[in-house]
Design a protein around this ligand. Structure first.
Ligand SMILES: Nc1ncnc2c1ncn2[C@@H]1O[C@H](COP(=O)(O)OP(=O)(O)OP(=O)(O)O)[C@@H](O)[C@H]1O
Ligand SMILES: [Mg+2]
Length: 223
């Protein structure tokens, strides 16, 4: 099967008091296995909402989200949790590192069977071999973000969903992070979806999807 995530006629409403927010207004999107997609668009256009639905962190108000050919509503909540844990690696700014744990402990934390050798191998691959015992407060922004990527890789995900992974980084570190994601895509075949405001980061994707007002208004293939 060529498609890993498919969204069909997806609407997402949020209710805040009397107000209804239409975050997604009938969105269709096919994410192919092994692809590398960037999603861009103005603040409030629904990018994070889309990523949450793709990661089974939330359900659509109407329409369907399918993962590997099956509507996510057909998975039990236990199966959904398993998918989140084993299939998907999240790089979200709000999932910060645990400040009281070391770098190595942060990567071990999500592992189903904690495996220090594997955690070290992942950290080594990301250029963090001399940082195992540091705490978050003892790392640069770029290093912290690489640890977040290492943690996302802990359970060998098929998909990485990243919400502004370079949001707080300078251009050099943005390129380092995007190169890592490109390698994970090209060498390990991990499907990658990155939300970004940064055109430099978006250059690394093979396709850029533009969102506005809760729908996709265009897409560009590149590279
Ligand atoms: N939990 C929520 N409750 C109510 N409204 C929400 C919630 N989450 C998002 N929204 C609203 O839904 C719309 C889409 O939000 P979303 O976070 O998906 O935008 P975004 O494209 O990621 O924006 P940004 O670039 O600022 O991160 C916005 O109008 C936002 O205010
Ligand atoms: Mg957002």
């Amino acid at each position: 099967m060529n498609e890993i995530i498919v969204l069909e006629k997806v609407r997402k409403e949020y209710h805040v008091g009397e107000e209804t927010v239409n975050a997604l207004r009938g969105l269709d999107l096919v994410i192919k296995k092994g692809s590398f997609i960037a999603i861009m668009g103005p603040s409030g256009s629904g990018k994070s909402t889309l990523l949450h639905l793709a990661g089974i962190l939330d359900v659509p108000t109407t329409g369907t989200v399918s993962l590997e050919g099956k509507d996510i509503k057909e998975y039990s909540s236990k199966e959904q949790a398993q998918l989140r844990r084993h299939k998907i690696g999240f790089i979200f700014q709000r999932y910060n590192l645990m400040p009281q744990l070391t770098v190595l402990e942060n990567v071990l934390l999500p592992m189903v069977k904690p495996d220090p050798e594997k955690a070290k191998a992942i950290l080594d691959k990301l250029g963090l071999s001399d940082k195992y015992d540091r705490f978050q407060g003892q790392l640069s922004g770029g290093e912290q973000q690489r640890v977040v990527i290492a943690r996302a890789l802990a359970n060998d995900p098929a998909i990485i969903l990243a919400d502004e992974p370079t949001g707080e980084l300078d251009t050099e570190n943005t390129r380092i992070i995007m190169n890592i994601l490109r390698e994970l895509n090209q060498k390990e075949g991990i499907t990658i979806v990155v939300v970004t405001h940064n055109p430099i980061a978006a250059e690394y994707a093979e396709k850029v999807i533009k969102m506005q007002d809760g729908v996709i208004i265009g897409e560009n293939s590149q590279n």
